[in-house]
Design a protein around this ligand. Structure first.
Ligand code: G3P
Length: 213
């Protein structure tokens, strides 16, 4: 499973990248707002740090508007993926972008059939939101399982990008379920290093080394 980092925070991206945890980056309008910097400048900077795919979200409600935004975004780096919301206009845009060989990520996926529509439109990635389903008492991981089964039934090449990942259990379940990618906030990504037995094991080795080092 590939690890994408779900942030527009440059210092977190640099830190995670140095640890080999960044196969790609996903951003959205809320993450850009949180980073508090200019959109274009932020994406250009991320693109200069990370060679993997970087998802940049369109804001228009029409396919025409999304395509105009996409034309701009693809000039911001050589690895830009156009993120489009799951709407009929969004799917028109995905069709057009895919026919031009431009990679797309369909976001705000909450049902397996929405994922199927996106895959049939030629999406490179679909982003099912696990955490937001859990928030309304619908098991988010079941969505990933169902999409995996449908994509496997028909050999669809679209990659399942587990999104709205909130904790290491979501990451583990995504890997067990066969998600192609999990996009993860930095604080959750760094959490996966931790295990109490690793920490106490390090302490013990350091103490024992004092006897001879
Ligand atoms: O990748 C989508 C993600 O940013 C949404 O996460 O925690 O706002 O549901 P969350």
């Amino acid at each position: 499973m590939k690890f994408f980092i779900d942030t527009a925070d440059i210092s977190a991206i640099i830190k995670a990248n140095e640890m080999g945890l960044v196969d790609g980056v996903t951003t959205n309008p809320s993450l850009i707002k949180k980073a508090g910097r200019d959109h274009e400048q932020t994406i250009r900077e991320i693109s200069s740090i990370v060679s993997g795919p970087i998802s940049v979200e369109t804001l228009s409600e029409t396919a025409e508007g999304m395509l105009k935004e996409a034309d701009q975004y693809i000039t911001w780096g050589s690895n830009i993926v156009i993120k489009v919301v799951m709407t009929p206009e969004g799917m028109k845009a995905v069709r057009a972008l895919s026919s031009r060989g431009i990679k797309t990520n369909v976001t705000l996926i909450f049902s397996p059939l929405q994922a199927l529509i996106a895959a049939k439109s030629g999406a490179t990635y679909v982003s099912p939101f696990i955490g937001r389903l859990d928030d309304i008492s619908q098991p988010g991981m079941e969505l990933i399982t169902q999409i995996r089964q449908i994509f496997d039934n028909y050999d669809l090449p679209t990659e399942i990008l587990a999104a709205s990942v909130r904790n290491p259990v979501h990451m583990l379940d995504s890997a067990l379920t066969g998600a192609d990618v999990a996009t993860v906030p930095p604080e959750t990504l760094f959490q996966i290093f931790k295990h109490p037995l690793t920490e106490s094991g390090i302490q013990k080795f350091l103490e024992d080394a004092k006897a001879w080092a």
